[in-house]
Ligand binder design. Structure first.
Ligand code: NI
Length: 556
């Protein structure tokens, strides 16, 4: 048995380590996925004014800022049973949806595509053939001119000639498992570069109602403060214009590229590469029409979509058997155990603690959460908005629904979700305009903080780009007594417990065949397909955690 250690796994929001044990045939037998950094936001939140929870919790992550900002404030509103005006919910949703689009596009191109795209191969592409190739995936491909592809090659060549590959410098270029043709590589890399501009624009959509992004400022306990923006037709128009532009890129570049990958990596999909244990969780949400929601909620075990269970929050537990916290006192007392007595890093994880990520369980089971879970559950619950997008994708790629439960399929689910989110946004905006037209301009519910209950408990559940996010707050003497967060990556990257159950990341790695153990590209592909956000996943830093700096130096 050979052990491969990959650290760091992620391109940003990093600090994820994977240790995989492979047999003589290069097949993964067991995996240990570890969150390598901890955060201290929950401790910082203690004894604070609950009205400040959002601004502090938003700092949990530099990417998912808006998700934590909103969830923290919603948990406080839940504690005080505050009913929000419709407009406030819509504005919060408009910010959330723009973030979904930004996150998914950035993930696909900038955080994950280079696991599939070999840029060195793109340099030898025939630009006329490239243009022809792009037509296989869309009638009017994005920026599909011969001259544009020539210019892209020239730009890449300059990087290569200068010996400065920048963001492209750490790839396993030339690896046998890169399957795209030079022309397909060129299409993808052209869109990689275009997506850099895209992400700047879509961020502005979040900022229109958020004041700024990352770390928007406009959500307050009881509503939103972006009143003038909501009432200004120019601002609404600016937002819509950005979404229309985004929709164009998603339809003509992102979705076709997801199809291109699904077709090129068909063998991997059919072999189930990257499939986890088939347990899926979605809390649903975002008002659509009447009682219907954008995402359906539900719980699925072992890919049994004919028996989707109702989500029941009381079934959620969080364990610390194998995470670096004390077992006895469940008050987040740090218990770091990853060094041997001589100070070297432990490599055998068999029955020891090995992650800063705690172990959330639903009814005792590990769950996968994220776009794949949402798409599958919503599809099977007959969500009409989503269904047509999924059916079209499966038809164009000659795949079945079950095929989506793979690494490449996970990316497809994300692209499909991004497409229907664009459609949903137009519905949201028209609902907002309708409210304003009928003189409903409320954005905030008045409340007298001093007369609210001094002791209260609240929680908020949201589907956010990477999956299910929950915030829990306990308020005592009008101060935060305790604050707790379970982020999407906490679910997916969970360590084992003493029951030995693997989480989604670990389960997806087991059985994976690695061609070249010195270049474990396959491992990166599987883990990146979940869109890890480790800053979100890890938990508490304690002032006693003096080992942190020592540890980081050793890892580097
Ligand atoms: Ni995050």
């Amino acid at each position: 048995m050979k052990k491969i250690v990959i650290d760091p796994i992620t391109r940003i929001e990093g600090h994820l380590r994977a240790e995989v044990e492979v047999d003589e045939n290069g097949v993964v037998q067991d995996a240990f996925v570890s969150g390598q950094l901890f955060r201290g936001i929950e401790i910082i939140l203690k004894d604070r004014d609950p009205r400040d929870a959002g601004l502090l919790a938003g700092r949990i992550c530099g990417v998912c800022t808006n998700s934590h900002f909103r969830a923290a404030i919603s948990s406080v509103e839940d504690a005080y049973s505050l009913e929000l005006p419709k407009n406030a919910e819509i504005i919060r949703d408009l910010m959330a949806m723009a973030l979904f689009i930004q996150d998914h596009v950035v993930h696909f191109y900038h955080l994950h595509s280079l696991d599939f795209v070999d840029i060195t191969s793109a340099l030898s592409a025939d630009t006329k053939l490239t243009s022809k190739e792009a037509h296989k995936y869309h009638k009017k491909p994005f920026r599909n001119s011969h001259s544009h592809y020539e210019a892209t090659i020239e730009k890449l060549s300059k990087y290569v000639k200068a010996g400065k590959l920048g963001p492209f410098s750490n790839g396993y270029w030339g690896h046998k498992d890169y399957k795209l043709t030079p022309e397909q590589n060129l299409i993808m890399i052209s869109h990689y570069l275009e997506a850099l501009k895209f992400q700047t624009n879509i961020s502005k959509a979040v900022a229109i109602f958020g004041g700024k992004t990352p770390h928007p400022q406009s959500i307050v306990v009881g509503g939103v403060s972006s009143v003038a923006d909501m009432l200004n037709p120019q601002r609404l128009n600016d937002y819509l214009f950005i979404i229309k532009e985004a929709k164009d890129f998603i339809e003509r570049a992102y979705l076709p590229d997801a199809k291109l990958l699904a077709l090129a990596y068909r063998d991997e999909i059919k072999a189930g590469v990257g499939r986890a244990n088939g347990n899926f969780l979605s809390v649903g949400g975002y008002e659509f029409e009447g009682e219907r929601k954008l995402f359906c909620s539900g719980v699925v075990y072992n890919h049994d979509f004919e028996n989707i269970q109702e989500f029941d929050e009381s079934k959620i537990t969080e364990e610390i058997d194998r995470a670096w916290y004390e077992n006895e006192a469940k008050d987040n007392e740090v218990c770091y155990t990853d060094l041997n007595e001589d100070g070297s890093l432990k490599t055998a994880k068999n029955d020891d603690k090995y992650s800063w990520i705690k172990a959330p369980r639903y009814d005792g089971k590990t769950m996968e959460t994220g776009p794949l879970a949402r798409v599958l559950i919503s599809y099977k619950k007959d969500n009409t908005l989503i269904k047509s997008f999924v059916d079209e994708f499966l038809k164009d790629t000659d795949l079945e629904l079950m095929d989506l439960s793979t690494s490449v399929g996970r990316n497809a689910a994300r692209a499909i979700e991004t497409s229907y989110i664009c459609e949903y946004i137009f519905k949201l905006v028209s609902r907002l305009i309708q409210n304003i037209k009928y003189y409903d301009t409320d954005t905030w519910v008045k409340f007298d903080f001093d007369s609210l209950d001094k002791e209260a408990k609240g929680r908020a559940f949201f589907e956010v780009p990477r999956g299910t996010l929950s915030h829990f707050v306990n308020i005592k003497d009008a101060r935060i007594e305790n604050f707790s967060v379970i982020a999407p990556t906490t679910w997916n990257a969970t360590p084992k417990n003493f029951d030995g159950l693997r989480g989604a990341y670990e389960e997806a790695l087991v059985g994976l065949k690695i061609q070249d153990t010195a270049k474990p590209l396959e491992v990166l592909r599987v883990l990146h397909s979940f869109d890890p956000c480790l800053a979100c996943a890890v938990h508490i830093i304690d002032t006693k955690g003096k080992e942190l700096s020592h540890y980081k130096i050793r890892i580097i």
